[in-house]
Design a protein around this ligand. Structure first.
Ligand code: UDP
Length: 475
């Protein structure tokens, strides 16, 4: 109500576009539901703010502010480390700046709570120091959150590398999962990436609640498992709030992107396969060739966001290559697929493409934002996971809710052209694709339902706000 006093909260993200976009959309929904909330978003930065994030921040309501922290130099981070590790180190190095920003905020405003991205959850310690309520924001599926919560116990129970574990692993509320499909951070138990994620997962029990970018209908059993876990093992018996899908909406107004939208205009309804590996995913040169030939062989129409190849799957996550990506396509590819395929270098207006009537399928790396964006538009998927928790998402999409087909990879980890072509045809024109379309259209409707005024995700947002105000009253 209009008499309510303002509730101030701070939000800490990480220098990765998909995480920033997800948490910003969450903040927008939060202040939409709770008009008296005032949010300050804090962005740790590597080198400079991400251009795509700057675009996103242009259209914020007046009760959301933001602040970019003094940048960490990429050249001061270990150059041989994975992007995910570089990002986490940069966030850790930014903790003194976060503390500084919070202290100066507190000198002028009665902050009550801090929400930190999973990969910034060291900030929970700062929240404690300042006597703030603390929450973790997961731009993840509830299944991935359940996997993360159970890592400390998996670590005790399993002594080999997870990928060598013979049977599928049962995690509460999740479809059984092969060890190799657990997040990439888990895959080398002697690595720094593993140590970082294990520490992070252990730290989760201090939070007052988890905010998850998913919705009840798609992940009922994982949601229950999270609630049960928190009831038993969290020191604050934390709340679990499935508040999604929070995905970007509206148009990017990027003139470079409009070419491909124009091309889509002239295609038949649901005839085009959109191919993209997220904001930073990359293929090896060999895999890129196979994908190119696979698209050709399939005979289907496609719109492919091509990125320069790299030997590391998250090669373009922190600082992309400046090479023209199109030069890495198979010889003669553009001529042979002229009219049938459209190729875009590095970046495309994804939400507009997925929302276009001509788009009939999405070959995706299964980043959770991409998966949700596809679900929101009812677009069937080919699941081609690369890194992070994308393999876990692929299991949820193919074996859990059954809205995607997953190609087989050979012993060298390559999906071959014939296999790619078969899977694409299966999705675009096959019987399996037809069934998948039916299922994903139901999920699309369920997602829309969840976001309505009395839908599950809107109710979760209300409950989250109410919990903050109740706990604040107690402290
Ligand atoms: N995205 C985009 N254009 C591109 C590639 C990605 O707009 O060419 C957006 C996409 O819509 C999504 C985000 O970037 O919102 C990617 O997030 P996701 O979680 O799928 O993957 P990640 O980038 O974390 O690997």
């Amino acid at each position: 109500d209009s008499m309510a006093k303002t509730t101030h909260i701070a939000v800490v993200s990480i220098p990765a576009f998909s995480h920033q976009a997800s948490i910003v959309e969450f903040c927008k929904r939060l202040v939409h539901v709770h008009h008296h909330f005032q949010v300050t978003c804090i962005f740790p930065t590597i080198d400079a703010p991400l251009p795509a994030t700057l675009t996103l921040l242009k259209s914020l309501p007046s009760n959301i502010n933001y602040s970019f922290l003094p940048p960490i130099n990429k050249r001061d981070l270990p150059q041989d480390a994975l992007s995910a590790v570089q990002i986490q180190l940069a966030v850790s190095q930014s903790m003194p700046s976060i503390q500084h920003v919070l202290r100066s905020l507190l000198s002028t405003t009665p902050l009550v709570a801090l929400i930190a991205d999973l990969f910034a959850n060291e900030a929970l310690e700062i929240a404690k120091e300042f006597k703030l309520l603390s929450y973790v924001y997961f731009p993840h599926s509830a299944m991935a959150v359940s996997v993360l919560l159970h890592l400390p116990s998996l670590h005790q129970q399993v002594s080999c590398e997870y990928r060598d574990h013979k049977e599928a692993i049962n995690i509460p509320g999740c479809v059984p999962i092969q060890g190799r499909d657990l997040p990439s951070h888990f895959q080398d138990r002697s690595s720094l990436a593993y140590k970082l994620i294990l520490d992070r997962c252990k730290r989760l029990s201090h939070a007052h609640g988890f905010i998850v970018n998913s919705f009840s209908k798609i992940e009922e059993s994982s949601e229950r498992a999270l609630q049960e876990h928190n009831r038993v093992s969290s020191s604050n018996s934390s709340g679990v709030y499935l508040i999604g899908p929070n995905v970007q909406t509206g148009s990017s107004n990027d003139p470079k992107g409009s070419e491909c939208l124009k091309w889509l205009e002239n295609q038949e309804a649901k005839s085009v396969l959109y191919v993209s590996f997220g904001s930073g995913g990359t293929l090896s040169q060999q895999q890129m060739n196979e994908l190119g030939f696979g698209l050709e062989l399939s005979g289907e129409k496609f719109l492919w966001v091509v990125r320069a190849p790299s030997d590391s799957a998250d090669g373009a996550y922190v600082g992309a290559s400046n090479d023209d990506p199109l030069q890495f396509l198979p010889n003669g590819f553009l001529e042979r697929t002229k009219g049938r395929g459209f190729v875009v270098g590095s970046w495309a207006p994804q939400t507009e493409i997925l929302g276009h009537v001509s788009t009939g399928g999405f070959l995706t790396h299964c980043g959770w934002n991409s998966a949700l964006e596809s679900i929101v538009q009812g677009v069937p998927m080919v699941a081609w996971p690369l890194f992070a928790e994308q393999r876990t998402n692929a299991v949820l999409l193919t074996e859990g809710v059954k809205v995607a087909l997953r190609p087989k990879f050979n012993d060298s980890g390559i999906a071959e052209r014939e296999e790619i072509a078969e899977v694409i045809k299966g999705l675009m024109v096959g019987e399996q694709g037809r069934l998948i379309r039916g299922r994903i259209e139901k999920l699309r409707d369920a997602a829309a339902e969840a976001l309505k005024e009395h839908g599950s995700s809107t109710r979760a947002l209300y409950q989250f706000g109410t919990q903050i105000e109740r706990l604040e009253g107690q402290s």
